[in-house]
Design a protein around this ligand. Structure first.
Ligand SMILES: CCCCCCCCCCCCCCCC(=O)SCCNC(=O)CCNC(=O)[C@H](O)C(C)(C)COP(=O)(O)OP(=O)(O)OC[C@H]1O[C@@H](n2cnc3c(N)ncnc32)[C@H](O)[C@@H]1OP(=O)(O)O
Length: 259
């Protein structure tokens, strides 16, 4: 991993053209015209949720693939990472909107057509507006690499990603790594993040995570979030995951909006 700790990247680098910035001085309640670049919502897709009992009736759609909201930089990096999968050293982890149906090695997965939990990172329907990401798992099962384009709806400080969005990205990257290492469900017990440089909206970042130690039920991990050139280290983190027995059951329909 290159140095560059705390250095800012050029916000123009890795950016989606025409990001949704607020005009300085515009009161917050004045409607801002929808910029032409804001992508349209994805068409409705089958609902899927995890149930250890339900029968499998719908094929969920893998969202960890390029869509119209991906910038050229995101597509280029994705293709680069895909090439690393051809020799088996890495593999791409599919990702779905609902439930944890992307955990075939961790959960006995079945897909149910009813409403089910939506994964936090897949909650934004407009392509390119929220988290656009794909996670790759190293053959060792102890490293993950998440390629993520930070969309305009993740804004915190004007023009930059919200710290919680970065935390979500880190948690998901280390969480996937922990699940792969544990081969069973695991929960975040502790997450410590140092934010070293703000992440410009539209940036394509790479979160690299690895298992540092695995002691009984405890999995200690580290994670670094960089730009794709490894010039800027945006954040580094340590995490503790605890393996847990899974008693997954879908929430009641009342708790689950249809979209
Ligand atoms: C092939 C793979 C495909 C994968 C494809 C994946 C696709 C997509 C994946 C998305 C991945 C999303 C990843 C999000 C993951 C969340 O966001 S999880 C949600 C946030 N976390 C939570 O809500 C957890 C809340 N906390 C709890 O439920 C409980 O405290 C825990 C963490 C389950 C632990 O409780 P417990 O099982 O009763 O454990 P307990 O006996 O208290 O402690 C066990 C050990 O851990 C230690 N410990 C527990 N908590 C702590 C702590 N906070 N600090 C330090 N030590 C602790 C204890 O001291 C104890 O140590 P020892 O005495 O054994 O040495």
């Amino acid at each position: 991993m290159g140095g560059g700790r705390g250095r800012r990247s050029n916000p123009a680098g890795d950016s989606i053209p025409q990001l949704c910035h607020r005009t300085p001085g515009v009161p917050i309640d004045v409607p801002v015209p929808t910029p032409p670049h804001v992508p349209q919502p994805r068409p409705p897709r089958p609902h899927c949720c995890v149930s250890l009992q339900a029968s499998c009736s719908v094929s969920p759609q893998d969202l960890a693939v390029p869509n119209a909201g991906w910038s050229a930089a995101m597509c280029e990096q994705y293709q680069r990472l895909l090439r690393c999968t051809t020799n088996g050293s890495w593999r791409r982890i599919p990702s779905y909107r609902r439930g944890l149906d992307h955990l075939p090695e961790v959960l006995q997965m079945t897909v149910d057509p009813g409403p089910g939990p939506r994964l936090f990172l897949r909650n934004v329907d407009a392509e390119g507006a929220g988290f656009e990401y794909a996670i790759f798992l190293h053959a060792s099962g102890r490293r993950t690499r998440c390629l993520c384009q930070v969309g305009p709806y993740l804004e915190g400080h004007q023009g930059f990603a919200h710290g919680g969005a970065i935390a979500t990205l880190v948690d998901t990257t280390v969480g996937t790594c922990a699940l792969a290492a544990a081969k069973m469900s695991a929960m975040t017990a502790k997450l410590s993040i140092s934010y070293l440089a703000p992440v410009p909206l539209g940036a394509v970042v790479v979160a690299d995570s690895r298992v540092e130690q695995h002691e009984g039920r405890k999995i200690f991990l580290s994670c670094q979030v960089c730009d794709t050139q490894r010039d800027t280290l945006y954040a580094e983190a340590t995490a503790l995951f605890i393996q847990v027995e899974d008693n997954n059951s879908p929430p009641s329909p009342a708790a689950c909006p249809q979209r």
